[in-house]
Write a protein that binds this ligand. Sequence first.
Ligand SMILES: Cc1cc2nc3c(=O)[nH]c(=O)nc-3n(C[C@H](O)[C@H](O)[C@H](O)COP(=O)(O)O)c2cc1C
Length: 183
Amino acid sequence: MVLFHELAESRRSCRSYSDDPIERKDLEKCVDTALLAPSACNAQPWKFIIVDDPATVKKVASTFPKTPGSLNSFASGARVFAAIVSEKQKFIPWIGGKLSGKNFREMDLGLAAGHFVLEARELGIGTCIIGWFDEKKIKQVLGVPRNRSVRLLISLGYPGNESLNPQPRRLKDKRETVGDNRY
Ligand SMILES: Cc1cc2nc3c(=O)[nH]c(=O)nc-3n(C[C@H](O)[C@H](O)[C@H](O)COP(=O)(O)O)c2cc1C
């Protein structure tokens, strides 16, 4: 069994994918875990669209520029995409957010995305959270209503040949990232 710390430590954004298909049950497990994420007032303001139909994957992938070096061109190699749609805000978390000056819905979606990618990691599936994409085109391809927005995409696939590029974490000088009883 992989312990949680090990799981979190070994998850890295994966931007190169093999051609191996991902089983539907594994995709469902990623979603099921994401659906367990906490959310402000338990609003669960999300809808996950799993895109594994090859023709639709192709359409989503075609919204990313394919020129090497272009932002997120790697996504055109993904086997599957998950789109996280921001659903209508319920009154209590909305007013709570307004009063506290915070966007709880965005936080909720980020937490759910975190659960999703860690579950994928446990299953050996590579993922990359993508925040930069042409939302208008993605909405068109996926039939997302005008009054909803796609906040994040997650590209998925079993890791390809390219090695993962570990991004350093600010772990050493804890004074920068962790307050000991005060800022
Ligand atoms: C909200 C969010 C948006 C992101 N958007 C992108 C993106 O558009 N393209 C990309 O390649 N990576 C994107 N990433 C991945 C980050 O670059 C990556 O998580 C970070 O550099 C740390 O690297 P690691 O995931 O390998 O640990 C995003 C991550 C988050 C959490």
